[in-house]
Design a protein around this ligand. Structure first.
Ligand SMILES: [Zn+2]
Length: 288
């Protein structure tokens, strides 16, 4: 265990909820570009090819077609997120920049957002743009599903609490075909933690304000809260959906944990029971 923020190979960086940071990055962009307006002068954003489908715009170095599985998967993801979370199919565009290779991607990030830890993909939300940055590579589908989910949430909600932002992005990054939407690695690790008397703590997750504070275990726990809320009962699902509806109008509603405690007594026990039930599900073809 190290003390350096996120252990995943990607995570989001959102400045939507932080005007100060947004200003800071805008200032950096202006300073490094030597130009007040034109985005293409800031760095080497992909500009060669573009495809669009409603809220999704993909701008890439390599030519991508609308009927390509990667693009179709994102189009479907947008529908799935809206359907599952009962959010409308509308809102600001999310612009996905796909660099031709990792070097170009890294050069752009170093120049535009100096100091960010190296990650395979980033979501950056500002009042100007909801942007996803990544490069063509073998993890692109998973990374884009994760980061595009951040973009869709920020397009719909006034504010997205960090733990929920990451929990939902982790939830939706799994391929559509995933059995019971279960991240097996997370369930296994959480099972070990529970066996060692670990206790879930949603209040603690809700207190995290900066993605740098989020450890790998926090991503796991956030994912599991989302899975629990969406799948354990109608009541738990209702708590999450109501909270999301509130966030469409109010950037700082009462924490979800408050409604959860009111609705579901002994919620931590239920959470642990839910995770334990997931641990017993094995895919039909699974063999050790
Ligand atoms: Zn993320």
């Amino acid at each position: 265990m190290t003390s350096t923020g996120c252990h995943r190979c990607h995570f989001s960086f959102s400045v939507v909820g932080s005007p100060l940071l947004g200003l800071l990055f805008f200032a950096i962009a202006v300073l490094t570009s030597g130009c007040r307006t034109a985005r293409h002068e800031i760095g080497q954003l992909p500009a060669g090819h573009s495809v669009r489908s409603e809220q999704l715009q993909v701008i890439s170095d390599l030519k991508l077609k609308l009927d390509q599985p990667l693009i179709q998967d994102l189009i479907q993801l947008r529908r799935d997120v809206a359907h599952e979370l009962q959010l409308p199919l509308e809102g600001r565009d999310v612009v996905v920049y796909v660099f031709g290779d990792k070097t170009k991607y890294q050069q752009y990030l170093d120049k535009t957002y100096p100091g960010l830890p190296p990650r395979r993909a980033y979501f950056v939300g500002t009042p100007r743009e909801l942007a996803v940055y990544t490069f063509w590579g073998e993890s692109i589908q998973e990374d884009l599903r994760h980061e595009f989910t951040h973009g869709l949430l920020h397009a719909q909600l006034k504010h997205v609490p960090l733990w929920l932002d990451e929990g939902l992005a982790e939830y939706f990054e799994l391929p559509r075909s995933t059995l019971n939407k279960v991240n097996r690695e997370y369930v296994r690790k959480l099972g070990i933690a529970i066996a060692n008397n670990w206790e879930p703590d949603l209040d603690r997750l809700e207190s995290l304000q900066d993605v740098i504070q989020m450890q790998r275990a926090d991503y796991q726990e956030s994912w599991a809260w989302v899975h629990f809320l969406l799948h354990s009962s109608d009541g738990s699902r209702e708590v999450l959906l109501n909270h999301l509806q509130e966030l469409r109008e109010n950037p700082h509603p009462a924490p979800l944990s408050t409604a959860l405690r009111d609705t579901l007594p002994e919620v931590n026990s239920r959470y642990i029971a839910h995770l334990s039930s997931l641990n017993t599900i094995q895919p039909a073809s699974h063999q050790k």
